[in-house]
Design a protein around this ligand. Structure first.
Ligand code: ADP
Length: 373
């Protein structure tokens, strides 16, 4: 097991002289035994960062340490990491048993009886004992993924590195495997860095999540903290489903005005003191549909989710989403009055995107007691 420390890690690809800074000055510590998820949109540098940790890419600048050992220039095989990829890359001509044992056979001088014992133990842990004699093509996607995972586990590495390992599975299996993988990681206690573009997966799995954008680390923290107190508009927008509602507003003393006649009187105007306009953010679950309010939006569509409804609306030219009680079913083109608590309001600098105000209280309304209207 190991602590992983990235210090000012930078990776520049230079294909034909057009430099791409794929990872830009990343400093990050993954604690021993932690499950850390690197998350961000496609192309933001997650895989590059992971591949630098694995030793599959040279680090352009900065350093990488496992515990107190500087491994920046170590080759992949010297780093004691095991990787699991999106495409399982199982050897098609080998049985599951041979696939599981191959890494150990290659990299250790363990006698084959001992390798076989380890393979049996891991197969049992993953519930694939009865498949040991099968070839990969006889297995389902989920079973192949288990074998790929088993291949990493059997090596007993210091570090697991996983790059979108579940993205080839269907939704139900993916969600089952998420839980299973998390439990497995907890039991094994192996420090894990997991890459995904799926913020729901990141939120569900990570002890902490590290949000990246355009090669830069935006914020690192426990999922609920990142959700609640995003450092900037990018993080606020990226984390959360449905996404936070965001729009421009003008500031006049303590009054915010915005699209579609939006008007909001702030009790505490100190966050916007030096601004004449800001970006406003409000999470879908913090919007309450009420009988009377100066703020009115027009319903476009309502999606029933069973335990709640997603209500899509327009406020002037801005699209908004509200999560409302399942008993409420406003119809298309209906105007609904809505409000929200100031404690639930997010405000961002309109130029830098830096947060000026995040949620200050646990104000999310209970959908079951919402006023009917
Ligand atoms: P992510 O994993 O977040 O989707 P990547 O780390 O794969 O992002 O890519 C980050 C950036 O680096 C992208 O702009 C991508 O095009 C570029 N990139 C990735 N690999 C290479 C490479 N081998 N050569 C040149 N550019 C690359």
């Amino acid at each position: 097991m190991a602590r992983i420390t990235l210090t000012d890690l930078t990776k520049v690809y230079d294909p034909g002289g057009e430099a791409v800074v794929a990872a830009d000055d990343i400093s990050l510590e993954v604690t021993d035994g932690e499950f850390l998820v690197l998350v961000g949109p496609s192309g933001c540098g997650k895989s590059t960062t992971l591949r630098c940790i694995a030793g599959l890419e040279d680090i352009t600048e900065g350093s990488l340490e496992f515990d107190d050992q500087n491994v920046t220039t170590y080759s992949a095989s010297e780093r004691d990491v095991a990787m699991v990829f999106q495409n399982y890359a199982l050897y098609p001509h080998m049985t599951v048993r041979q696939n599981l044992g191959f890494g150990l056979k290659l990299s250790t001088d363990l006698p084959s009886a001992e390798i076989s014992e380890k393979v049996d133990a891991v197969a049992e842990m993953l519930g694939i004992s009865e498949l040991l004699g099968d070839k990969p093509k006889a297995l389902s996607g989920g079973q192949q993924q288990r074998v790929a995972l088993g291949r990493a586990i059997v090596r007993e590495p210091e570090v697991f590195l996983m790059d979108e390992p579940l993205s080839n599975l269907d939704a139900k299996l993916r969600s089952d495997m998420r839980t299973e993988l998390q439990e497995l990681q907890q039991d094994l206690g192996v420090t894990t860095v997991y890459v995904t573009h799926d913020q729901t997966e990141a939120m569900a799995m990570g002890d902490r999540i590290a949000v990246m954008n355009a090669g830069e680390l935006q914020q690192v923290g426990p999922p609920e903290e990142v959700y609640r107190s995003p450092k900037n508009e990018f993080v606020a927008d990226f984390i959360g489903s449905p996404s936070i509602n965001l729009f421009d507003a003008n500031v006049n003393d303590s009054t915010l005005t915005g699209p579609g006649g939006f008007v909001y009187e702030l009790e505490d105007a100190s966050p916007v003191e030096s601004y004449d306009h800001v970006r406003v953010g409000i999470r879908p679950e913090d919007i309450t549909v009420v009988e009377e309010s100066p703020n009115r939006a027009t319903v476009t569509v309502v999606e029933p989710m069973g335990n709640e409804n997603f209500c899509y609306m327009t406020l002037g030219d801005v699209e908004m989403t509200a999560r409302i009680a399942p008993t409420k079913r406003p119809v298309a083109d209906e105007e609904v009055a809505f409000t929200f608590a100031e404690e639930a309001l997010y405000l961002f600098d309109p130029v830098t995107g830096e947060s000026l105000k995040t949620k200050t209280d646990d104000t999310t309304p209970d959908l079951t007691t919402e006023v009917s209207g």
